[in-house]
Structures are given as C-alpha cells and as structure tokens.
Write a protein that binds this ligand. Structure first.
Ligand SMILES: Cc1ncc(CN)c(N)n1
Length: 224
C-alpha cells in the first residue's frame, strides 16, 4: 500500500460509520446521475442550492487557510489549502456558466433549510475554539463526499448523460482525488497529535458532515 493510502484513523471511522458514509456518497440523486435516470429539475435544484453553499464554503476554506498558515508548522498545508481555494474560484465561474446553460437564475434561489443548517455548521467550525485537527477532518469529509460521489458517476458502466459529465468531472477527476488525499494526510497527521477531546470531537464532526451531506442531496428530491 502506498504511504498516502495507508489506513489511518479516518478510514477506521469511515468503516465504523459505513452505512452513513454510503448514504452520503451513494445517494439516490448521485445514483440517478450515474444510471442516466436523473430528473433534470432535481439537478437544477441541486445546482442552485450548491451555488449558494459554495459561496458560504469559500469563507470556511479561507479560515482553514489562515489556520494552516498560523498553526500547522508545515508549509505544505497552506499550499494544499490554497490549491483548494483557487479551485473554488473556478468552481464559482463554472456554476455561473451552468446556471445560464440550465436557465437557473441564482439571484432568485433561496437557501433551503438543509443548506442553511449546513452553513451554520460551517460557521461554528470557524471559531478559534475548534481545534485545527477537527477543522481539517471536517474539511476533508466535505470535499471527499463530492469526490467519491461524482467519481462514481464516471466509473465503468456509467450511463451519465453527456450534459452532466462536466459536473461529474469537476469533482470526480483524478486531480481532485489527489487533492482530497493530501487533505486527508494533513488531517491524519494532526489527529496523531490531537488531544483526547479533539479526537472525540473530530469523529463527531465527521459524522455531522456526512449527515449534512445526506440532507443536502435530499433537497434535490423536491425538484424546482
Ligand atoms: C454540499 C457540498 N459539499 C461539498 C462540496 C465540494 N466542495 C460542495 N460543492 N457542496
């Protein structure tokens, strides 16, 4: 096994919470993209909600970046997070062009309850009272759910509609997979030295991210 893929505490937690992890990464909405049965109004709902989410995610990642610069003691942490922030810049542009393509006017989209709750959760994680190891674990989980979900839509045998391949590539590509592995390695390194309380909190936060991700996908059921 490569060093970057060695089994650490995060994989142990994923094994422990396997059914929740599967619910977050193999949600019906994602499966429907992969099998081609996706309802396009669900896709549009997801697009509008995710655009709003990403706008709230940027300050969260900026906060992670500041903490990586101040607290990590490893120069490479900052570079990894900066790469993530840079790709969010492209992501916002991508959302805008998808919005025009699908006729979704983001200025009229209102954040649904699940989206608001997820944003509040991210805001709470931006407090300086939350330990760096906990923040990094959450950051990894948020990115990894999208990576795993959309990579699934590109895997062998997929029937993903051609017009959704771009969305799947955005998070399902190999570069994004490598970036998620880098974030995971940072989180693992921090967890090795974390206090008992931070360690317990990191597992709890991981579970909460997975729950928020499931609730987020669930919004797509409402259509538009
Ligand atoms: C809800 C959600 N979770 C994660 C991601 C990936 N940054 C996202 N765009 N949206």
């Amino acid at each position: 096994m490569e060093k970057s893929e060695k089994k650490g505490v995060i994989d142990t937690w994923i094994d422990k919470h396997r059914s929740l992890y599967a619910a977050a990464t193999r949600h019906d909405f994602v499966v429907s993209i992969r099998d081609g049965s996706v309802d396009l109004s669900s896709f549009k709902t997801w697009l509008g909600q995710d655009y709003l989410f990403v706008r709230g995610f940027v300050p969260f990642v900026a906060n992670v970046l500041i903490r990586a610069g101040k607290e990590s003691g490893e120069t490479s942490d900052m570079e990894v997070v900066l790469g993530g922030l840079a790709s969010l810049n492209d992501e916002i542009e991508w959302f805008k062009s998808e919005g025009s393509k699908w006729g979704v006017d983001f200025s009229t989209v209102v954040a649904q309850k699940a989206n608001q709750e997820y944003s509040r959760f991210l805001e709470a994680l931006m407090s300086s009272e939350v330990e760096y190891s906990v923040v990094m674990t959450a950051f990894w989980a948020i990115e990894a759910v999208y990576q795993e979900s959309f990579a699934h839509c590109l895997g062998d045998g997929n029937k993903t509609p051609a017009e959704l391949i771009g969305a799947c590539n955005r998070w399902g590509n190999d570069g994004f997979r490598q970036y998620c592995l880098s974030v995971k390695n940072i989180a693992e390194r921090c967890l090795e030295n974390a206090s008992r309380d931070a360690f317990v909190e990191a597992e709890n936060v991981l579970v909460r991210v997975l729950e928020h991700e499931v609730a987020f996908w669930e919004m797509s059921r409402g259509g538009q």
